[in-house]
Design a protein around this ligand. Structure first.
Ligand code: 1GP
Length: 257
């Protein structure tokens, strides 16, 4: 197994030292914001204490490269692609989450998109960070586009099985996703059971808006918390105040646990 690259090492170090990392997801969609605004959001997120910027989305197209370049100009934290498809790559990023949607019905989202992307990733010299991607009910756009057999919220043992399989297959981490803007976050008992079972880092995202939700997710065992929607909605107005509070709450919950 190859050693982790510099970006993943940096994230692992944060998890080791601070017990949890925070990633900010920016959707490089021109309907939502320009590349320049993406850069400003990233800069405010870094100042609020976020540890990395993820760039991508299920339906993103068009201004990915411009957004990554604008973000790179503004921040020192790593910029990691979160591609919704092969078209979600940019040679300007530091790394790419090389994700396999393990609970998809379609082999395209499990291995074929990855096969088409792999040689681009190598030629762009992007650091691949392999992710076992698992979509939990309600699943949102990612669940719909990825044709996921959504993991049932009240059957955490199924998600535990998938997560452990991801570890045994050699993925560097597992990401439990409820879907961007989800009304229901990943259930706490599910996070607890998965985090107690697997030895690789566990990321959780989708619908985490309040500091209380972030704290509960952290206390349940998440090693990485991903937030997108709430940051895009609030950060330009409050200059990162709510995000800083959320990150503080998330870290405090870990220290208590
Ligand atoms: C990305 O689902 C997360 O995978 C982000 O979710 O936009 O709801 O924070 P939010």
């Amino acid at each position: 197994m190859p050693n982790p690259g510099p970006t993943w090492k940096r994230i692992l170090k944060i998890i080791e030292e601070e017990r949890i990392a925070h990633l900010t997801l920016i959707d490089p969609d021109p309907i939502k914001q320009s590349a320049d605004t993406a850069g400003q959001i990233a800069s405010l997120a870094e100042k609020a204490g976020s540890n990395g910027i993820m760039v991508g989305g299920s339906t993103a197209f068009g201004i990915i490269d411009e957004s990554v370049q604008a973000i790179k100009k503004q921040v020192d934290i790593p910029v990691i692609l979160f591609p919704g498809n092969v078209s979600g790559l940019s040679r300007s990023a530091d790394a790419v989450f090389f994700m396999s949607l393990l609970n998809s019905r379609k082999t395209y989202w499990i291995i074929e998109a990855q096969t088409l992307a792999a040689r681009h990733i190598k030629s762009y010299n992007l650091e691949p960070i392999s992710m076992g991607y698992l979509i939990v009910q309600p699943g949102g756009t990612a669940g719909f586009i990825g044709d996921a057999r959504l993991l049932p919220r009240d059957k955490p043992e199924i998600t535990v099985g998938y997560s452990l399989a991801a570890q045994y297959m050699g993925f560097q981490f597992v990401y439990l996703e409820a879907g961007s803007g989800a009304e229901n976050v990943v259930p706490i008992p599910m996070i607890k059971l998965v985090s107690h079972t697997i030895d690789i880092p566990l990321a959780v995202g989708g619908g985490i808006y309040s500091p209380e939700q972030a704290a509960a997710t952290a206390a349940a065992g998440a090693d990485i918390i991903v937030q997108g929607t709430i940051i895009e909605r609030t950060i330009m107005d409050d200059k990162g105040k709510q995000l800083a509070e959320t990150i503080k709450a998330m870290r405090a919950a870990k220290k208590k646990g």
